[in-house]
Design a protein around this ligand. Structure first.
Ligand SMILES: [Fe+2]
Ligand SMILES: [Fe+2]
Length: 183
């Protein structure tokens, strides 16, 4: 694999790993704050970020090595709406800057595995942003959000609220490959 794509996969692994843990922590805060649906949204999306981190890690299977991983990150614990604003900042960065740039490099370098892994993540982050926006609007009024079942594709991390589709629209995996986070 080309060095720059490998570095981008490592950075994305770092970013997704931290997002996974950050959302777990912010989910606990939302529970403590009496907002179980926002807590469930954080946990569902945390699971999706874990799928992305794992996919990036697997793509690096033939690129062993040790290095410090620079990665954009958000820190801090606040009220639900502040944590959701942090989540939105992270998702927006991934959608508008990080994944499009990583994808452009991977395409230039002809790295098919990385193209797939980055594309899967980019598609899911767009759904995450929509759901976090909905949650933030509720949290700003001091309320919990109204959230149906959230389905996460275990293959690509695709995220959907409501009925789980027969086939994942991003990776084509069957319904049985979805993890459901139910009310
Ligand atoms: Fe995300
Ligand atoms: Fe999928």
């Amino acid at each position: 694999m080309h060095d720059m794509t490998a570095e981008n996969l490592r950075s994305a692994f770092g970013g997704e790993s931290m997002a996974h843990m950050r959302y777990q922590a912010w989910g606990d805060v939302a529970d403590y704050d009496g907002k179980p649906d926002i807590a469930r949204l954080f946990r569902a999306i945390s699971y999706a970020e874990r799928v992305h981190a794992t996919n990036h890690f697997v793509e690096l299977r033939d690129c062993p090595g040790e290095e410090l991983v620079p990665s954009a990150a958000v820190f801090g614990i606040g009220e639900a709406h502040e944590n959701l604003q942090g989540a939105l900042a992270g998702e927006t960065y991934e959608i508008t800057e990080m994944y499009p740039a990583f994808l452009a490099v991977a395409r230039y370098q002809g790295e098919e595995g990385a193209i797939k892994s980055f594309s899967y993540a980019l598609a899911a982050e767009k759904e995450h942003k929509k759901l976090f926006l909905k949650a933030k609007e509720a949290a700003e009024t001091g309320s919990d959000m109204q959230l149906g079942t959230v389905g996460i594709c275990r293959v690509c991390g695709y995220t959907i609220e409501g009925d789980i589709p027969e086939k994942c629209p991003i990776c084509n995996a069957g319904k049985d490959r979805f993890e459901a986070f139910q009310p």
